[in-house]
Design a protein around this ligand. Structure first.
Ligand code: SDX
Length: 390
């Protein structure tokens, strides 16, 4: 008898936020951005249009989309002093801490326009973040491979510029591959928002203290880094590669997972909300073959992934626990086929999720009922005791 208070774990229920941005039905595998089903947006929309929809609540007219695109292009340049910032990191630095630090550092260049309650300042911060995060991500990538950073080319849109800054070199012109642009645009749409997931809840909690947009999103980037969240896409590739290199049969690997050997999990499977197939994973799986066929991806790893999925979906252990592939199960294979190293997979997730974070932060700031986040606890420590006489 430790004298400690025990509690019923059932007490810990999730706090519910009010939001009009994204709707998920975990049992039915439904995802809608501002009421539009994800499969229709994936088929007909673009990442820029979806970002506008999430942040401003309606699909943009042609003129509004054009202005949104132009505004973002005109704000892609980073202050030259910020470029120096990247030299402070070791060459093999993981890009995610570089991203979160650079976003936080970015705010120091705009000290006069960070007021969360000034509409104009929130507008320019929205544009600056949308425009500059892809540049920061490409700079982190270039730094890690010892190549020079390329200035943005504003004749290109956000996705095109990011690909050119990631894979282009000063010595020769960079030719955009339309299939690659289309594939990345689709993946960014699929990641754009997802209700109150771990990183978005972090952005909202930090924002509830009236911290500025940059500080709140920097915190969200750090939350996304975790392998159970955004880091899962990188963990899936590492899992597939180790199965291949160790010559492990997928069915033997599944036994290890079911026996929870060394806490191993089937990365890219399971979800806090979806207890059915993640609709995003369904879309990615449909296009994975098509995209990998065009981009020449590693079919062997795709085959291992398909065999793991096939076995898991037929196995009682997974069925009883309602474990299905989530968005991260197939995306890494496509990013790899595009030429990104694993370390860039989670930054790519962050690029996609940015409009969702911005939309959710703005919604929270605009909600007069918002109070500072102050989660309570269940106390499980000692009851009252007196200091010993000694
Ligand atoms: C994202 O919230 C969001 O919306 C997130 C996201 C977004 O868009 O923002 O969708 C992005 O984060 C997707 C999830 C990416 N993470 C992974 O793929 C990592 C692997 N998945 C697991 O860590 C896990 O499924 C979670 C964390 C995602 C969800 O876990 P849950 O719902 O809390 O389930 P749990 O941990 O309570 O597990 C229930 C049971 C346990 O077994 P028992 O104790 O009952 O015997 O299922 C098992 C778990 O061990 N389990 C798994 C498993 N996930 C859960 N077993 C093997 N492999 C897995 N992946």
């Amino acid at each position: 008898d430790t004298g400690q208070v025990t509690y019923d774990p059932g007490f810990m229920n999730t706090a519910n936020a009010k939001s009009a941005i994204t709707y998920i039905d975990g049992d039915e595998g439904v995802l809608r951005y501002r009421g539009y089903p994800i499969d229709q947006l994936a088929e007909h929309s673009s990442f820029l249009e979806v970002a506008y929809l999430l942040i401003y609540g309606e699909l943009p007219t042609g003129d509004q989309l054009g202005e949104w695109d132009q505004n973002i292009r005109r704000h892609t340049m980073l202050h030259e002093d910020l470029k120096g910032f990247f030299n402070g990191f070791p060459r093999d630095a993981h890009p995610m801490p570089v991203l979160s630090s650079a976003v936080s550092a970015l705010s120091t260049f705009y000290a006069d326009s960070l007021d969360p309650f000034d509409e104009e300042q929130v507008h320019i911060s929205t544009i600056r973040l949308m425009a500059k995060l892809p540049v920061i991500a490409s700079y982190a990538f270039k730094k890690s491979i010892g190549q020079p950073m390329l200035y943005p080319d504003n004749s290109l849109n956000l996705v095109e510029n990011f690909l050119r800054q990631s894979f282009g070199v000063p010595a020769e012109p960079y030719e955009l591959d339309p299939d690659m642009v289309k594939a990345l645009d689709l993946l960014l749409i699929l990641h754009a928002d997802h209700e109150q997931n771990c990183s978005t809840s972090t952005v909202r909690l930090v924002g509830s203290s009236h911290a500025n947009m940059f500080a709140s999103i920097s915190a969200g980037i750090n939350a996304l880094y975790g392998p159970l969240h955004g880091g899962a896409n990188e963990a899936v590739l590492n899992m597939l590669r180790s199965i291949k290199s160790d010559g492990v049969k997928p069915e033997d690997f599944m036994e290890k997972v079911k026996n929870k050997e060394d806490g191993v999990k089937l990365m890219g499977f399971g979800h806090r909300v979806y207890k059915n197939y993640d609709p995003r994973a369904k879309i990615v799986k449909q296009t994975a073959h098509d995209i990998l066929g065009k981009l020449g991806g590693n079919d062997e790893l795709l085959d291992i992934a398909m065999r793991l999925e096939e076995k898991a979906l037929a196995d009682d252990y997974f069925i009883e626990r309602r474990l299905y592939p989530n968005v991260d199960f197939y995306t890494g294979l496509i990013y790899k086929a595009m030429g990104f190293p694993e370390k860039m997979f989670t930054p790519l997730f962050a690029l996609g999720r940015l409009p969702g974070w911005i939309a959710q932060w703005r919604e929270l700031i605009e909600d007069p009922a918002t109070k500072i986040g102050r989660p309570r606890q269940v106390y499980t420590g000692y009851e009252l005791r007196d200091y010993p006489n000694r």
